[in-house]
Write a protein that binds this ligand. Structure first.
Ligand code: NDP
Length: 328
Protein backbone atom coordinates (compact mmCIF):
# COMPACT_ATOMS: atom_id res chain seq x y z
CA UNK A 1 0.00 0.00 0.00
CA UNK A 2 0.93 3.63 -0.52
CA UNK A 3 2.75 5.66 2.16
CA UNK A 4 0.47 8.16 3.89
CA UNK A 5 0.28 11.66 2.43
CA UNK A 6 0.79 14.47 4.96
CA UNK A 7 -2.04 16.98 4.86
CA UNK A 8 -1.61 20.14 6.92
CA UNK A 9 -4.77 22.08 7.73
CA UNK A 10 -4.66 25.49 9.40
CA UNK A 11 -7.62 26.91 11.30
CA UNK A 12 -8.51 23.30 11.95
CA UNK A 13 -10.82 24.11 14.84
CA UNK A 14 -12.94 26.51 12.80
CA UNK A 15 -16.21 25.95 10.98
CA UNK A 16 -14.69 25.07 7.63
CA UNK A 17 -12.08 22.89 9.33
CA UNK A 18 -14.82 20.93 11.07
CA UNK A 19 -16.50 20.11 7.77
CA UNK A 20 -13.23 19.57 5.94
CA UNK A 21 -11.36 17.17 8.20
CA UNK A 22 -13.92 14.39 8.06
CA UNK A 23 -13.98 14.50 4.28
CA UNK A 24 -10.18 14.29 4.17
CA UNK A 25 -10.14 11.41 6.64
CA UNK A 26 -12.69 9.51 4.57
CA UNK A 27 -10.45 9.67 1.49
CA UNK A 28 -12.31 12.26 -0.54
CA UNK A 29 -9.39 14.68 -0.82
CA UNK A 30 -6.95 12.37 -2.58
CA UNK A 31 -8.92 9.27 -3.47
CA UNK A 32 -9.89 5.94 -1.93
CA UNK A 33 -6.42 4.37 -2.18
CA UNK A 34 -4.41 7.08 -0.45
CA UNK A 35 -3.92 7.01 3.33
CA UNK A 36 -3.54 10.43 4.96
CA UNK A 37 -1.84 11.82 8.03
CA UNK A 38 -3.44 15.00 9.33
CA UNK A 39 -1.30 17.79 10.73
CA UNK A 40 -3.50 20.42 12.31
CA UNK A 41 -2.34 23.96 13.00
CA UNK A 42 -4.23 26.26 15.34
CA UNK A 43 -3.57 29.32 17.39
CA UNK A 44 -2.83 28.38 21.03
CA UNK A 45 -6.32 29.35 22.27
CA UNK A 46 -7.94 26.98 19.78
CA UNK A 47 -5.69 23.96 20.24
CA UNK A 48 -8.05 22.43 22.79
CA UNK A 49 -10.97 22.65 20.37
CA UNK A 50 -8.80 21.06 17.67
CA UNK A 51 -8.03 18.25 20.10
CA UNK A 52 -11.76 17.75 20.50
CA UNK A 53 -12.19 17.45 16.75
CA UNK A 54 -9.33 14.97 16.71
CA UNK A 55 -11.20 12.82 19.25
CA UNK A 56 -14.18 12.79 16.92
CA UNK A 57 -11.98 11.92 13.97
CA UNK A 58 -10.65 9.00 15.95
CA UNK A 59 -14.25 7.95 16.57
CA UNK A 60 -14.81 7.83 12.83
CA UNK A 61 -12.43 4.83 12.69
CA UNK A 62 -11.49 5.93 9.17
CA UNK A 63 -9.45 3.18 7.51
CA UNK A 64 -7.42 5.75 5.53
CA UNK A 65 -6.57 7.99 8.49
CA UNK A 66 -3.02 7.07 9.48
CA UNK A 67 -2.55 9.68 12.22
CA UNK A 68 -3.39 13.13 13.59
CA UNK A 69 -0.93 15.61 15.07
CA UNK A 70 -1.85 19.03 16.44
CA UNK A 71 0.45 22.03 16.56
CA UNK A 72 0.46 25.70 17.43
CA UNK A 73 3.76 26.19 15.64
CA UNK A 74 3.84 26.61 11.87
CA UNK A 75 7.34 25.14 11.35
CA UNK A 76 6.26 21.89 12.96
CA UNK A 77 2.86 21.80 11.31
CA UNK A 78 4.25 22.13 7.77
CA UNK A 79 7.20 19.78 8.26
CA UNK A 80 6.89 17.11 5.58
CA UNK A 81 3.57 18.48 4.29
CA UNK A 82 2.52 17.24 0.85
CA UNK A 83 -0.74 19.17 0.80
CA UNK A 84 -1.41 22.35 2.78
CA UNK A 85 -4.89 23.78 3.21
CA UNK A 86 -4.59 27.27 4.66
CA UNK A 87 -8.02 27.92 6.10
CA UNK A 88 -7.30 29.96 9.22
CA UNK A 89 -7.22 33.69 8.58
CA UNK A 90 -8.07 36.95 10.25
CA UNK A 91 -11.63 37.81 9.25
CA UNK A 92 -12.59 41.39 8.54
CA UNK A 93 -14.40 42.81 11.52
CA UNK A 94 -16.60 45.87 11.64
CA UNK A 95 -14.82 49.11 11.01
CA UNK A 96 -11.60 47.38 9.97
CA UNK A 97 -9.71 49.11 7.16
CA UNK A 98 -8.36 47.05 4.29
CA UNK A 99 -4.78 47.84 5.26
CA UNK A 100 -5.43 46.54 8.79
CA UNK A 101 -6.92 43.36 7.38
CA UNK A 102 -4.00 42.81 5.04
CA UNK A 103 -1.52 43.52 7.81
CA UNK A 104 -3.18 41.09 10.21
CA UNK A 105 -3.12 38.41 7.54
CA UNK A 106 0.47 39.22 6.71
CA UNK A 107 1.25 38.23 10.28
CA UNK A 108 -0.30 34.82 9.58
CA UNK A 109 0.70 34.03 6.00
CA UNK A 110 4.29 35.27 6.10
CA UNK A 111 5.42 32.81 8.80
CA UNK A 112 3.38 30.07 7.15
CA UNK A 113 5.13 30.70 3.82
CA UNK A 114 8.49 30.58 5.61
CA UNK A 115 7.54 27.34 7.33
CA UNK A 116 6.47 25.78 4.03
CA UNK A 117 9.74 26.90 2.49
CA UNK A 118 11.72 25.44 5.36
CA UNK A 119 10.14 22.08 5.78
CA UNK A 120 7.39 21.05 3.39
CA UNK A 121 7.87 18.05 1.09
CA UNK A 122 9.19 18.61 -2.43
CA UNK A 123 5.78 17.94 -3.96
CA UNK A 124 3.95 20.43 -1.68
CA UNK A 125 0.69 21.80 -3.05
CA UNK A 126 -0.85 24.77 -1.26
CA UNK A 127 -4.47 25.91 -1.34
CA UNK A 128 -5.38 29.13 0.45
CA UNK A 129 -9.00 29.34 1.58
CA UNK A 130 -8.73 32.02 4.28
CA UNK A 131 -9.67 35.49 3.00
CA UNK A 132 -8.52 37.62 1.29
CA UNK A 133 -7.44 34.30 -0.22
CA UNK A 134 -5.67 35.42 -3.41
CA UNK A 135 -3.52 37.98 -1.66
CA UNK A 136 -2.89 35.75 1.35
CA UNK A 137 -1.58 33.16 -1.12
CA UNK A 138 0.67 35.80 -2.67
CA UNK A 139 2.08 36.68 0.75
CA UNK A 140 2.80 33.05 1.62
CA UNK A 141 4.33 32.42 -1.80
CA UNK A 142 6.65 35.39 -1.59
CA UNK A 143 8.13 33.96 1.61
CA UNK A 144 8.74 30.55 0.07
CA UNK A 145 11.34 31.32 -2.61
CA UNK A 146 12.53 27.70 -2.84
CA UNK A 147 9.08 26.33 -3.62
CA UNK A 148 7.98 26.58 -7.26
CA UNK A 149 5.60 29.56 -7.42
CA UNK A 150 2.87 27.57 -9.16
CA UNK A 151 2.38 25.40 -6.07
CA UNK A 152 0.60 28.31 -4.36
CA UNK A 153 -3.06 28.56 -5.31
CA UNK A 154 -6.19 30.15 -3.88
CA UNK A 155 -9.76 28.93 -3.89
CA UNK A 156 -12.37 30.10 -6.35
CA UNK A 157 -13.88 26.64 -6.66
CA UNK A 158 -16.78 27.49 -4.39
CA UNK A 159 -17.63 30.39 -6.71
CA UNK A 160 -17.26 28.01 -9.65
CA UNK A 161 -19.57 25.42 -8.08
CA UNK A 162 -22.10 28.09 -7.15
CA UNK A 163 -22.11 29.38 -10.72
CA UNK A 164 -22.52 25.87 -12.15
CA UNK A 165 -25.47 25.28 -9.85
CA UNK A 166 -27.18 28.60 -10.70
CA UNK A 167 -26.69 28.07 -14.43
CA UNK A 168 -28.03 24.52 -14.22
CA UNK A 169 -31.11 25.82 -12.42
CA UNK A 170 -31.72 28.53 -14.99
CA UNK A 171 -31.46 26.05 -17.86
CA UNK A 172 -33.35 23.31 -16.08
CA UNK A 173 -30.41 21.01 -16.65
CA UNK A 174 -28.59 18.68 -14.28
CA UNK A 175 -25.31 20.11 -12.97
CA UNK A 176 -23.50 17.22 -14.63
CA UNK A 177 -24.45 18.67 -18.05
CA UNK A 178 -22.74 22.02 -17.34
CA UNK A 179 -19.14 22.23 -18.48
CA UNK A 180 -16.39 24.80 -19.07
CA UNK A 181 -17.62 27.54 -16.82
CA UNK A 182 -14.95 29.98 -15.63
CA UNK A 183 -14.46 32.21 -12.62
CA UNK A 184 -12.00 34.99 -13.43
CA UNK A 185 -10.12 37.28 -11.07
CA UNK A 186 -10.35 37.74 -7.34
CA UNK A 187 -12.34 35.68 -4.84
CA UNK A 188 -14.31 38.76 -3.87
CA UNK A 189 -17.43 40.58 -4.96
CA UNK A 190 -15.55 41.66 -8.11
CA UNK A 191 -15.11 38.09 -9.38
CA UNK A 192 -16.49 37.35 -12.83
CA UNK A 193 -18.35 34.10 -13.52
CA UNK A 194 -18.13 33.63 -17.31
CA UNK A 195 -20.68 31.51 -19.15
CA UNK A 196 -19.68 32.53 -22.70
CA UNK A 197 -17.52 29.43 -23.13
CA UNK A 198 -19.67 27.25 -20.91
CA UNK A 199 -21.64 24.37 -22.33
CA UNK A 200 -24.95 22.82 -21.42
CA UNK A 201 -25.31 19.30 -22.78
CA UNK A 202 -22.66 20.16 -25.39
CA UNK A 203 -24.28 23.42 -26.57
CA UNK A 204 -23.12 26.93 -25.79
CA UNK A 205 -24.62 27.99 -22.47
CA UNK A 206 -24.71 31.75 -23.14
CA UNK A 207 -26.74 31.10 -26.30
CA UNK A 208 -29.01 28.72 -24.44
CA UNK A 209 -29.61 31.38 -21.78
CA UNK A 210 -29.91 34.18 -24.35
CA UNK A 211 -30.75 36.73 -21.67
CA UNK A 212 -28.08 39.35 -21.04
CA UNK A 213 -30.24 41.07 -18.43
CA UNK A 214 -30.39 37.88 -16.35
CA UNK A 215 -26.67 37.44 -16.80
CA UNK A 216 -25.72 40.96 -15.72
CA UNK A 217 -28.39 41.65 -13.13
CA UNK A 218 -29.14 38.27 -11.58
CA UNK A 219 -26.57 35.58 -12.27
CA UNK A 220 -23.32 37.49 -11.77
CA UNK A 221 -24.35 39.36 -8.61
CA UNK A 222 -26.04 36.27 -7.16
CA UNK A 223 -22.88 34.19 -7.52
CA UNK A 224 -20.68 37.01 -6.24
CA UNK A 225 -22.93 37.69 -3.24
CA UNK A 226 -23.91 34.13 -2.46
CA UNK A 227 -21.82 34.18 0.71
CA UNK A 228 -23.96 36.98 2.12
CA UNK A 229 -27.14 35.16 1.09
CA UNK A 230 -26.00 32.09 3.05
CA UNK A 231 -25.16 34.17 6.13
CA UNK A 232 -28.57 35.82 5.92
CA UNK A 233 -30.36 32.46 5.75
CA UNK A 234 -28.24 30.35 8.08
CA UNK A 235 -27.08 32.96 10.54
CA UNK A 236 -23.55 31.68 9.93
CA UNK A 237 -21.19 31.74 6.99
CA UNK A 238 -20.95 28.92 4.50
CA UNK A 239 -18.71 26.21 5.87
CA UNK A 240 -19.64 22.82 4.43
CA UNK A 241 -19.84 24.14 0.87
CA UNK A 242 -16.49 25.90 1.29
CA UNK A 243 -14.96 22.66 2.62
CA UNK A 244 -16.52 20.78 -0.28
CA UNK A 245 -14.94 23.18 -2.75
CA UNK A 246 -11.52 22.82 -1.12
CA UNK A 247 -11.84 19.05 -1.53
CA UNK A 248 -12.80 19.48 -5.20
CA UNK A 249 -9.86 21.85 -5.83
CA UNK A 250 -7.19 19.51 -4.48
CA UNK A 251 -8.85 16.37 -5.82
CA UNK A 252 -8.81 17.74 -9.36
CA UNK A 253 -5.30 19.15 -9.05
CA UNK A 254 -3.96 15.76 -7.96
CA UNK A 255 -6.21 13.43 -9.95
CA UNK A 256 -7.01 15.56 -13.01
CA UNK A 257 -10.06 17.33 -14.40
CA UNK A 258 -12.51 15.24 -16.43
CA UNK A 259 -11.90 15.00 -20.18
CA UNK A 260 -13.77 17.73 -22.04
CA UNK A 261 -14.12 20.01 -19.04
CA UNK A 262 -12.09 22.43 -16.99
CA UNK A 263 -12.33 24.05 -13.58
CA UNK A 264 -11.48 27.38 -11.95
CA UNK A 265 -8.45 27.90 -9.75
CA UNK A 266 -6.68 31.07 -8.65
CA UNK A 267 -3.09 30.50 -9.75
CA UNK A 268 -0.03 32.71 -10.35
CA UNK A 269 -0.55 34.45 -13.67
CA UNK A 270 1.93 33.82 -16.47
CA UNK A 271 0.51 36.84 -18.28
CA UNK A 272 -2.30 34.88 -19.95
CA UNK A 273 -5.37 36.92 -20.93
CA UNK A 274 -3.61 40.16 -20.04
CA UNK A 275 -3.49 39.35 -16.30
CA UNK A 276 -0.24 40.86 -14.95
CA UNK A 277 2.36 38.21 -14.27
CA UNK A 278 2.55 36.96 -10.72
CA UNK A 279 -0.92 38.00 -9.57
CA UNK A 280 -2.76 35.02 -8.11
CA UNK A 281 -5.89 35.29 -10.18
CA UNK A 282 -8.63 32.85 -11.09
CA UNK A 283 -8.43 31.23 -14.54
CA UNK A 284 -9.93 28.31 -16.40
CA UNK A 285 -7.51 25.43 -15.79
CA UNK A 286 -7.14 21.85 -16.88
CA UNK A 287 -5.37 19.45 -14.52
CA UNK A 288 -3.46 16.40 -15.69
CA UNK A 289 -0.73 14.22 -14.19
CA UNK A 290 -0.76 16.24 -10.99
CA UNK A 291 -0.22 19.59 -12.74
CA UNK A 292 -2.54 22.36 -13.88
CA UNK A 293 -2.41 24.45 -17.00
CA UNK A 294 -4.28 27.64 -17.81
CA UNK A 295 -6.63 27.01 -20.74
CA UNK A 296 -5.34 29.04 -23.68
CA UNK A 297 -6.88 30.69 -26.68
CA UNK A 298 -10.35 31.59 -25.41
CA UNK A 299 -11.89 34.58 -27.10
CA UNK A 300 -12.80 37.23 -24.58
CA UNK A 301 -15.70 39.43 -25.64
CA UNK A 302 -16.19 43.01 -24.56
CA UNK A 303 -18.67 42.14 -21.82
CA UNK A 304 -16.17 39.75 -20.27
CA UNK A 305 -13.11 41.94 -20.83
CA UNK A 306 -14.36 44.81 -18.70
CA UNK A 307 -15.35 42.52 -15.85
CA UNK A 308 -12.11 40.52 -15.90
CA UNK A 309 -10.08 43.75 -15.93
CA UNK A 310 -12.04 45.19 -12.99
CA UNK A 311 -11.41 42.15 -10.82
CA UNK A 312 -7.76 41.88 -11.88
CA UNK A 313 -7.27 45.58 -11.12
CA UNK A 314 -8.51 44.94 -7.61
CA UNK A 315 -5.89 42.18 -7.25
CA UNK A 316 -3.20 44.52 -8.52
CA UNK A 317 -4.26 47.08 -5.91
CA UNK A 318 -4.11 44.47 -3.17
CA UNK A 319 -0.63 43.52 -4.33
CA UNK A 320 0.42 47.18 -4.21
CA UNK A 321 -1.03 47.51 -0.72
CA UNK A 322 0.83 44.49 0.68
CA UNK A 323 4.01 45.68 -1.04
CA UNK A 324 3.66 49.04 0.68
CA UNK A 325 3.17 47.28 4.00
CA UNK A 326 6.37 45.31 3.40
CA UNK A 327 4.49 42.01 3.43
CA UNK A 328 5.84 40.79 0.10
P1 NDP B 1 -14.22 29.60 9.03
O1 NDP B 1 -13.66 28.24 9.19
O2 NDP B 1 -15.68 29.74 8.81
O3 NDP B 1 -13.48 30.38 7.84
C1 NDP B 1 -12.07 30.38 7.73
C2 NDP B 1 -11.63 31.27 6.62
O4 NDP B 1 -12.14 30.80 5.39
C3 NDP B 1 -12.07 32.71 6.75
O5 NDP B 1 -10.97 33.54 6.40
C4 NDP B 1 -13.15 32.82 5.72
O6 NDP B 1 -13.22 34.11 5.17
C5 NDP B 1 -12.63 31.90 4.68
N1 NDP B 1 -13.56 31.53 3.61
C6 NDP B 1 -13.21 31.42 2.32
N2 NDP B 1 -14.24 31.12 1.56
C7 NDP B 1 -15.28 31.05 2.38
C8 NDP B 1 -16.63 30.79 2.15
N3 NDP B 1 -17.10 30.59 0.95
N4 NDP B 1 -17.45 30.76 3.18
C9 NDP B 1 -16.98 31.00 4.41
N5 NDP B 1 -15.71 31.27 4.67
C10 NDP B 1 -14.87 31.30 3.67
O7 NDP B 1 -13.79 30.52 10.24
P2 NDP B 1 -13.79 30.22 11.80
O8 NDP B 1 -13.68 31.55 12.44
O9 NDP B 1 -14.84 29.25 12.19
O10 NDP B 1 -12.43 29.43 12.00
C11 NDP B 1 -11.20 29.98 11.75
C12 NDP B 1 -10.20 29.21 12.58
O11 NDP B 1 -8.92 29.62 12.17
C13 NDP B 1 -10.30 29.48 14.07
O12 NDP B 1 -10.32 28.24 14.74
C14 NDP B 1 -9.01 30.25 14.38
O13 NDP B 1 -8.49 29.93 15.65
C15 NDP B 1 -8.12 29.72 13.30
N6 NDP B 1 -6.95 30.50 12.93
C16 NDP B 1 -5.81 29.78 12.79
C17 NDP B 1 -4.65 30.36 12.44
C18 NDP B 1 -3.46 29.51 12.33
O14 NDP B 1 -3.57 28.31 12.19
N7 NDP B 1 -2.27 30.08 12.38
C19 NDP B 1 -4.59 31.80 12.16
C20 NDP B 1 -5.84 32.47 12.26
C21 NDP B 1 -6.99 31.83 12.62
P3 NDP B 1 -14.28 35.23 5.64
O15 NDP B 1 -13.76 35.74 6.94
O16 NDP B 1 -14.22 36.22 4.55
O17 NDP B 1 -15.59 34.54 5.79
Amino acid sequence: TQAPVNVTVTGAAGQIGYALLFRIASGQLLGPDTPVKLRLLEIPQAVKAAEGTALELEDGAFPLLAGIDIFDDAKQAFAGANVALLVGARPRTKGMERADLLEANGGIFKPQGEAINAGAADDIRVLVVGNPANTNALIAQSHAPDVPAERFTAMTRLDHNRAVAQLAKKLNAPVSEIKKLTIWGNHSASQYPDIFHAEVAGKNAAEAVNDEKWLAEEFIPRVAKRGAEIIEARGASSAASAANAAIDHIYNWVNGTPEGDWTSMAVPSDGSYGVPEGLISSFPVVCKDGKYEIVQGLEINEFSRGRIDASVNELAEEREAVKKLGLI
